[in-house]
Design a protein around this ligand. Structure first.
Ligand SMILES: O=C(O)C(=O)C[C@]1(C(=O)O)C=C[C@@H](O)C=C1
Length: 350
């Protein structure tokens, strides 16, 4: 059966199961209409969609406290031209509450009434570069002296700095492809000595039979990750009808829409970047973010990614066409990466 047959719409997502991407995907693409397939890396999700072995893919894009997922940006700008047909067709916002998962140590559990004996005062140590470190929001629920290695996705480490630098200072960190992969590794710790722990989700604790050693370990209470839905081909393509209704562009005439565009400019021309940005202003496309990634062609030369939002402009292809034509005249090259219905303020599942 082909990936886009109505009875079998395959959605590839960054796994293994119980990753945050999985949770965002389950909430948006419900069985039996959709079949979810986990992939080991964000690149594998792009590959699955580009090769049409999946109709859609779900990947993390940015976090409200730690910023862009660089790996996703790099795959979108596609320096190697491996993903020429990938377009964004939707977004999902999800609240992310991290936990520290592992094992409760038998040797330390008897004296865990006093958690300060975990070797920490509960305050982060000031250093010359960070004289006033952020206080962690939560305390461990058990002694952590047995933890020698922590596994997680780099984004999750970035979101939990205060807790880690207070209660697990100097403990080796291992970056892996997702938080659920981290939980899988810890669950495989054969002697259950508790030397390994993962920053992962509450769901991953249940799936992998791990103990929750601390809850809500991210630096900020309101910690939201935005995920992108990707498809093969431009958004006007028939494949849009296979998406859940809330993501379909035609569903919301006059709904706010967003788009992502990548471009490069002649860095030697004065005002080149400003001129490119002015095109969006002129065409009433409100710029909401700008990211840059090294071009890897010349040092200190960047590819820019801008996100724009608008209403009428997206419902009239001629208006967009005009804006892009004008962008052609002030950039050295640009790539339309898709447009989608704005879901800001709407949680996954709604
Ligand atoms: O590792 C996961 O569980 C993911 O889905 C990836 C990811 C990310 O890359 O941002 C998703 C949400 C959290 O912000 C941390 C990690």
């Amino acid at each position: 059966m082909s990936a886009s047959s109505p009875a079998n719409i395959i959605i590839a997502y960054l796994g293994p199961p119980s990753s945050y991407t999985h949770q965002a995907t389950v909430d948006s693409f419900r069985a039996p209409k959709y079949t979810l397939r986990d992939e080991l890396s964000i690149r594998d999700v792009f590959d699955a969609v580009q090769s049409s072995s999946a109709s859609f893919g779900v990947v993390p894009f940015e976090n409200s406290s730690n910023g862009a997922v660089l790996h996703t940006l790099d795959l979108l700008i596609d320096r190697e031209e491996a993903f020429p047909d990938i377009h964004i067709c939707g977004e999902v916002f999800m609240d992310v509450q991290h936990c520290l998962l592992g094992y409760v140590s038998q040797s330390f559990s008897s004296d865990n009434k006093d958690l300060q004996s975990s070797g920490s005062s509960g305050s982060a140590t000031p250093t010359s570069s960070i004289p006033f470190p952020k206080e962690p929001r939560s305390k461990p629920m058990t002694d952590l002296r047995h933890v020698k290695r922590i596994y997680s996705h780099p984004q999750a480490f970035g979101q939990c700095e205060a807790f880690l630098s207070t209660y697990l200072k100097g403990v080796e960190r291992h970056e892996v492809s997702s938080t659920s992969k981290a939980a899988t590794i810890v669950a495989e710790d054969r002697d259950k000595s508790g030397a390994e722990a993962a920053i992962s989700s509450r769901l991953a604790a249940d799936v992998h039979h791990l103990a929750v050693l601390a809850k809500g370990v991210q630096d900020v209470e309101d910690n939201t990750t935005r995920f992108l839905i990707i498809q093969r081909g431009p958004v006007c393509h028939d494949i849009q009808n296979l998406l859940p209704e809330k993501f379909q562009m035609t569903n919301g005439f006059r709904l706010k829409k967003k788009a992502l565009i990548a471009f490069n400019i002649d860095h030697g021309t004065q005002g080149a970047l400003a001129n490119a940005l002015l095109v969006f202003k002129k065409h009433s496309l409100n710029l909401t973010s700008i990211n840059s990634r090294p071009s890897r062609i010349r040092p200190w030369h960047y590819i820019f990614l801008v996100e724009v939002e608008g209403e009428r402009e997206f419902d009239d292809p001629d208006l967009l066409h005009l804006a892009l034509q004008e962008l052609d005249t002030v950039t050295e090259g640009n790539k339309w990466l898709g447009c989608w219905v704005d879901r800001f303020g709407v949680n996954a599942g709604q």
